[in-house]
Ligand binder design. Structure first.
Ligand code: PMP
Length: 414
């Protein structure tokens, strides 16, 4: 366990992310505040991938030679790392996919299209990322199920006081993000799981933003499905995870068909392999999965708790500093019911212009609808600016953000 509040310790950790230590074409030092879009990777992950390609690369589960064995071991060790990270009971409940988007599509196809019926309801809400909306729209269209929404409060939380008005026995699945990628809202997934189960519904959790910040445990929170992406967990792109309860995964249909996912193939039919292979058709992202395993090992070594404590404190500081900027409105709930994601608007400055001006100061933020058009519609905004933090950021970088926003305001007020 590392004490990230100790400056020397923090600097040692920061040095593991060499990409962060660079001067940009403007001559400014990079301040990377776009982790919610994708996280940077520590040396450990890059080294793991390089070593895999230099030493171990071979297709998995098929080789009857040493390289194949080694790569298979790396892949399966990574699966065990994910199981432990999520608090899942069995390693067979961990399916490697290409990312959160594919994981949620897998549930919407494999479970939704098989088990939803006309008149059933999928309960969503307006703060979801498109990846946890559109697959459900399509599953509903294909089955005749309906979409309903949990109302949001004006400050951007799920309105739990109104949950009873929308959560009844017609609801077969609640699909919800554990942490909003725009509002930073941390949703009460354990309570939602309990309330969903009380009416016989399942819960599918989008953990893209919550898992990297240590907030989700599938056994403690009684979650049925959970999706997250390797690239937001300091790991490589191209790999993600679907956790599903064994009985549910066993009852579901595969989503992709082909090699590896079969038990037996005849001239005109096939049967499916056991979990998790049933959902891992074709050559999967085995090197990326090994890289994700290395990322999880790295985070474990620092300790998720110190990371959470450090990020919590940094987010509190960022919230306070941003609140000092005149005419800046932070979207979403007040501290402390939020994570280290700050979407905001500055009166009179378009978010795209703002991010452009910040880029000239070396500060990398994101502007747009962040794949949440229904949320932005509700907020009456076409776009917002978003700064997102991780344990490799510090207060000085938050100060740089605030100074850059103040400078941008001056440009527009001239
Ligand atoms: N859900 C949330 C909350 C996200 O933030 C993202 C990524 N922006 C996704 C889903 C989709 O993740 P990916 O693009 O890695 O599939």
């Amino acid at each position: 366990m590392a004490d990230l509040s100790d400056d020397a310790t923090w600097r040692t950790i920061r040095a593991e992310f060499p990409i962060l230590d660079q001067t940009l074409r403007t001559g400014k030092k990079l301040v990377y505040l776009d982790t919610a879009a994708t996280a940077q990777k520590p040396n450990r992950v890059v080294d793991c991938i390089r070593q895999c390609y230099e030493r171990d690369n071979s297709n998995v589960h098929r080789g009857i030679h040493e390289l194949g064995d080694r790569m298979t071991t790396l892949l399966e060790d990574a699966r065990e790392q994910v199981r432990e990270l999520l608090g899942a009971r069995e390693v067979e409940e961990i399916v490697f996919t290409s990312g959160t988007t594919m994981s949620l599509n897998l549930v919407a196809h494999g479970w939704g299209r098989k088990f939803l019926r006309a008149g059933d309801v999928v309960l969503l809400n307006e703060m979801e990322h498109h990846a946890n909306l559109v697959p459900w729209y399509e599953a509903a269209k294909a089955t005749g199920a309906e979409i309903r929404h949990i109302p949001l409060t004006t400050d951007g939380r799920l309105d739990m006081d109104q949950l009873d008005t929308v959560l009844d026995r017609q609801v077969k699945l609640v699909a919800v993000t554990a942490m909003s990628n725009v509002l930073g809202t941390i949703n009460p997934v354990a309570e939602l799981a309990r309330r969903a189960h009380d009416v016989g519904a399942l819960i599918a959790v989008d953990g893209a933003q919550s898992v990297p910040h240590g907030m989700t445990d599938v056994t403690r929170d009684q979650i049925d499905f959970l999706a997250f992406s390797g690239h937001k967990f300091y790991g490589p792109t191209g790999v993600g995870v679907l956790y599903g309860r064994r009985e549910l995964l066993e009852a579901m249909d595969p989503f992709l068909f082909g090699g590896h996912m079969i038990r037996e193939v005849t001239r005109d039919s096939a049967t499916w392999a056991d979990l998790p292979a049933k959902f891992e058709a074709g050559t999967g992202p085995f090197i990326q999965a090994a890289g994700l395993g290395a990322a999880i090992a790295y985070i474990k070594q620092i300790g998720m708790e110190p990371i959470m404590a450090y990020e919590h404190e940094l987010a509190r500081y960022a919230g306070e500093r941003l609140a000092e900027v005149p005419e800046l409105t932070i979207l979403g709930p007040a501290w402390p019911d939020r994570g280290a994601i700050f979407s905001f608007v500055v009166e009179g400055v378009h978010p795209h212009d703002l991010s452009d001006l910040l880029d000239r100061q070396g500060v990398a933020i994101r502007a747009g609808h962040h794949c949440t058009m229904p949320l932005h519609d509700r907020l009456g905004l076409a776009a917002s600016a978003r700064a997102s933090l991780a344990f490799y950021n510090n207060r000085e970088e938050v100060d740089s953000l605030v100074e850059a926003i103040l400078a941008a305001r001056r440009v527009f007020r001239r």
